[in-house]
Design a binder for this molecule. Structure first.
Ligand code: NDP
Length: 417
């Protein structure tokens, strides 16, 4: 099966390592903006795999550039591990060239000042009641097009969204008749030794964290100020951490796809140093995406900040500690109340030793490969646009165990108030 991977950053590095371990992928083309990164990864992986690896330069913001490459390479499936800004262009190119589409993050507009985009965004804020810059409406709107083309688009197969959504489908299949509440807990207990750095793309990360929080309750969104809701939790393998309620994209799809769910929240852990730096950067305008004039040229503050911060790819060798990400579910089974917690613990140094990337990229790249493999092999089949929780979770859960992200079910968890 011919796979085209677009992007060659932290997540792509892990996903491609793992694709090389899976015989379903016989040919892999690594394509990105900076082709030298693709060449370096291809050179490293060729001796480890039977898959035929090639590389290419592509501008994923350009439909024409994507189509030119896809018409030449003829991929069966495209794994988009570039940035969420490119989701729609890559989906368009997949439709035009007859390839399945897989990604790990939902569409986000790069220019949030574009009046056309803003008009749609403001309407959605009013109608739906949350103000995040990203939502699934843009990609769900491709449903009929993918159906008509007989192609599959699989959205959000990273860890969160991705594994957390599959954990939900698995809990519903094997542990509950009805799920009432879902708390998604994302804990990064890693330490890279810098006063401030982001574990993945700084633009995406800082925009997500500095935005309003929100959760789903009784059929509607409840929005909170950034970092307004704080809890403490004692994470297995990590210890006690502060965590904060954020808006997160899988809340939207789980609210749609899990019948009867009453509340869905998402919490992420942050240290005090991270929060202090982020607040300060936000207060001085460094997180803005609006261009400013500086010494005769235009710069975008958050892009300039990205250039100053450590490259997330460089954190691998120096990050120690573990991540613990999972979901606590409450609900009903056979008329009785029950609660379970399904989670994975991933060690930064072990991830680095295997792939050259730390656990945040590892926990996203492994499920990116798994979702792609299930589409590529036809195990997950269907024409249209799907979120991962819409398919049978069992083969995915099995592959998590086999490809480096084993999970644990705790049937007596401490709940979050
Ligand atoms: P990186 O910034 O490390 O990598 C992005 C890659 O995309 C780079 O190789 C970059 O090229 C390439 N790229 C960017 N723009 C273009 C373009 N126009 N054309 C071609 N290539 C382009 O990001 P990550 O690896 O950390 O993240 C990848 C994706 O994974 C993101 O969408 C992110 O949101 C998502 N993610 C999902 C998570 C989940 O759990 N679901 C968790 C973490 C991340 P260049 O090298 O030239 O910059």
């Amino acid at each position: 099966m011919k796979l085209l991977v677009i992007g060659c950053g932290g997540v792509a590095t892990v996903a491609i390592h793992k694709c090389c371990q899976n015989p379903v992928f016989t040919e892999i083309c690594i394509a990105s903006r900076t082709v030298s990164k693709c060449d370096a990864l291809a050179d490293k992986l060729r001796p480890t795999t039977k898959a035929v690896i090639t590389t290419a330069k592509v501008d994923a913001d350009s439909f024409d550039s994507l189509c030119e490459l896809m018409q030449k390479y003829q991929p069966h499936t495209v794994l988009n591990v570039a940035l969420p800004y490119q989701d729609l262009t890559i989906m368009d190119a997949c439709l035009a060239c007859g390839a399945n589409y897989v990604d790990t993050a939902n569409y986000e507009a790069e220019d949030t000042d574009d009046p056309q985009w803003r008009a749609v965004y403001e309407k959605r804020c009013k109608e739906k009641g949350f103000t995040a810059y990203f939502d699934y409406s843009w990609q769900w709107a491709y449903q009929e097009k993918f159906k008509a083309a007989g192609l599959t688009a699989l959205l959000g197969t990273g860890f969160d969204p991705g594994v957390t959504s599959v954990f939900t489908a698995y809990a519903l299949k094997h542990y509950f008749d009805e799920i009432h509440t879902i708390d998604i807990l994302d804990c990064n207990g890693g330490d890279h030794g810098y006063p401030f750095a982001t574990n993945f793309n700084p633009e995406i990360n800082l925009r997500e964290v500095s935005a309003n929080g929100s959760y789903w309750e009784d059929g509607h969104w409840v929005e909170t100020k950034p970092m307004e809701i704080k809890r403490e939790y004692n994470f297995d393998g990590v210890g006690m951490k502060d965590m904060y309620l954020l808006h997160h994209e899988e809340i939207e799809s789980l609210a749609k796809n899990i019948p009867g769910v009453q509340r869905i929240r998402f919490f992420m852990t942050f240290g005090q140093s991270y929060l202090m730096h982020m607040n300060c950067l936000q207060n001085v305008g460094m997180l803005s995406t609006t261009p400013v004039e500086f010494e005769g040229r235009e710069i975008v503050p958050i892009k300039f900040l990205k250039a100053l911060l450590p490259d997330p790819a460089s954190l691998g060798p120096r990050t120690v500690g573990k991540t613990n990400i999972g979901c606590i579910f409450t609900g009903i089974k056979d008329g009785k109340e029950r609660s379970i917690y399904i989670y994975n613990i991933c060690d930064h140094q072990e991830a680095f030793k295997e792939t050259g990337a730390q656990a945040v990229s590892y926990t996203t790249g492994v499920p990116a490969m798994i979702g792609t493999a299930l589409v590529a092999s036809g195990t997950w089949k269907g024409a249209g646009v799907f979120n991962v929780e819409e398919f049978d979770p069992d083969p995915y859960m099995d592959m998590l165990n086999r490809y480096g992200l084993p999970w644990i079910v705790d049937e007596n968890p401490v709940l979050v108030d």
